[in-house]
Design a protein around this ligand. Structure first.
Ligand code: NAD
Length: 498
């Protein structure tokens, strides 16, 4: 796949129209492999947020979308999925150029994303209420589920299209309208997606995109009185600020935040499979995933053997151009993140952890000027060290030994986060016990990094609030209304509760 060579200039998408931001300003988006700008992104501000929320509000409150039958909504979602499948190559290339993820991974994601629109399109006309056999005479009582309203969808830079899809598909199926704010580092693919939204035939204002920075766009959006619900994916600090804003007028809120997920390797595990699973958990996507399995808890009896095998495999990782089919580990997406990963590596060294692999920028010719860091492993880590407690969001693994199963569960749970965990064992009793004892939203046993449109995804503790994916996800975009209908003759004593 080839790169876009000349500078591409994007526009924002508000009320079904493409246009300049109110400021007239643009900022550069940088290709992480070339470390060179490749696109200009509109620098929106509160004025554009006002316009986008007004457009979404109008589309929600009146007009074609508001009165559209849910079956038709479902058709539109499925049509969008078809268009994404048609343009998957192009969208994948844009994503790779903007965030440096491997083309092979992005092409796979783009082939899979249509399933979200298909699945939630199918759910759009199956949002059913219930009749309550109420304990009062002459009363018919039922519930209905209505769209929550105008949604602010805020996404991070690591998987822009996938994480936007996790919000857009259920929100649209529920009948909401949306203002999307992608990360300032990776806005291009979300704007490309809007071209397909337009082509699919969604009414104007149902989907809007405002691009720019957290303080200039994210804050006005999250504090806007016209927003009913915020669906946020990003870091814990930003998530906390968003939650404060949401609390001002009790906006509905889902948060998908970070993680420090543990991979537990028990002595009875198939070690070769476990090695592959742990490599995939921390070095796939260059460790820049919320579900990175960044803490390896390995039983003392197999510690050295496992580590030797692990290093042997991790050392073979081919780094380089993410567009190339040969590449296995791409660059860090942003320069600030590159600096942060390097500073976490220094922090681990200063804490006394032993660097047994990598631990430095990758100075390989095939890495060019990109922001590459060698796959890095620290042994002799104590779980109380900052390197074991804080999210790095990069290719850095901390290895911690354990002797007893209870100790492994306690170590795994001794974290402010609870997004995911991996368990490697051939003992069914141990697998079930681990699944019960581990405090995380997703437990993978003898596998890792599997996601599906059918499965709920989200975090315990500081990893977030709410779930995306599966039938639960649509509930996050609905309000329940309870309707009471009295069909008796005489209203009873008005001074007594019925
Ligand atoms: P970030 O928090 O810096 O930014 C996320 C988004 O929030 C961006 O669009 C940003 O502009 C916006 N933002 C920043 N400050 C804001 C504010 N005050 N108000 C409103 N919006 C604001 O995160 P990031 O660096 O882009 O992404 C990395 C983080 O995302 C990691 O911590 C990672 O674990 C997390 N993440 C979580 C999941 C999950 O599903 N749990 C998935 C992917 C990434």
């Amino acid at each position: 796949m080839s790169r876009i060579q000349s500078m591409k200039k994007y526009q924002c998408f508000i009320g079904g129209c493409w246009g300049e931001p109110a400021s007239g300003d643009y900022f550069e988006s940088v290709d992480p492999f070339l470390a060179k700008p490749w696109a200009l992104i509109p620098r929106c501000d509160a004025r554009d947020v006002d316009a986008a929320v007004a457009a979404a509000r109008t589309a929600f409150d009146r007009g074609e979308w508001a009165s559209m039958h849910p079956s038709r909504r479902g058709q539109l979602l499925r049509r969008l999925g078809e268009l994404i499948a048609r343009d998957a190559d192009r969208l994948a290339s844009v994503e790779v150029q903007d965030n440096g993820k491997l083309y092979a991974e992005m092409r796979g994601q783009l082939g899979y994303i249509p399933h979200w629109f298909d699945y939630f399109g199918g759910l759009a006309d199956k949002i059913e209420g219930s009749v309550i056999p109420i304990d009062k005479p002459d009363m018919f009582t039922f519930t209905s589920h209505e769209p929550v309203g105008v949604v602010a969808a805020i996404t991070p830079w690591n998987s822009p299209l996938l994480l936007a899809t996790w919000k857009l598909a259920p929100a649209l199926a529920a009948g909401c309208t949306i203002v999307v704010k992608p990360s300032e580092f990776t806005s291009a693919s979300t704007l490309e997606l809007m071209k397909l939204v337009d082509e699919a035939g969604f009414p104007a204002g149902v989907l809007n995109v405002v691009t720019g920075f957290g303080p200039e766009v994210g804050e006005p959006l999250t504090s806007h009185p016209g927003i009913d619900k915020i669906a946020f994916t990003g870091g814990e600090g930003s998530g906390r600020r968003v939650a404060h804003k949401a609390a001002q007028n009790f906006k509905r809120l889902t948060l998908e935040l970070g993680g420090k997920s543990a991979q537990l390797v028990f002595p009875d595990a198939d070690l070769d499979n476990a090695v592959k699973g742990v490599v995939s958990g921390i070095f796939a996507a260059t460790g820049q995933t919320c579900i990175a399995g960044s803490r390896l808890l390995v039983h003392d009896s197999i510690h050295n053997e496992f580590l030797d095998k692990f290093i042997e495999l991790a050392s073979t990782a081919r780094m380089g151009d993410p567009m190339s089919a040969e590449t296995q580990v791409g660059p860090i997406t942003t320069q600030p993140q590159y600096q942060r990963v390097l500073s976490c590596i220094e922090m681990a060294r200063a804490e006394g952890a032993e660097c047994v692999l990598g631990g430095k920028p990758a100075a390989r010719p095939e890495c060019g000027d990109g922001w590459f860091i060698e796959p890095t492993v620290f042994a002799n880590v104590s779980n109380s060290m900052r390197i074991a407690q804080e999210e790095v969001f990069g290719p850095v693994l901390s290895v911690i030994g354990f002797r007893e199963d209870d100790e492994a569960y306690a170590l795994a749970n001794d974290s402010p986060y609870g997004l995911a965990a991996g368990v490697w064992t051939n003992d069914q009793r141990r697998a079930f016990t681990a699944a019960k004892r581990l405090r995380a939203g997703t437990i993978w046993t003898n596998t890792y990094r599997a996601v599906s449109y059918m499965a709920p995804f989200g975090g315990f503790k500081n990893s977030g609030i709410g779930r995306e994916g599966g039938q639960e996800a649509i509930q996050e975009y609905l309000e329940t209304k309870c309707v009471w209908m009295f069909y008796g003759k005489d209203v009873s004593n008005p001074f007594v509760m019925r």
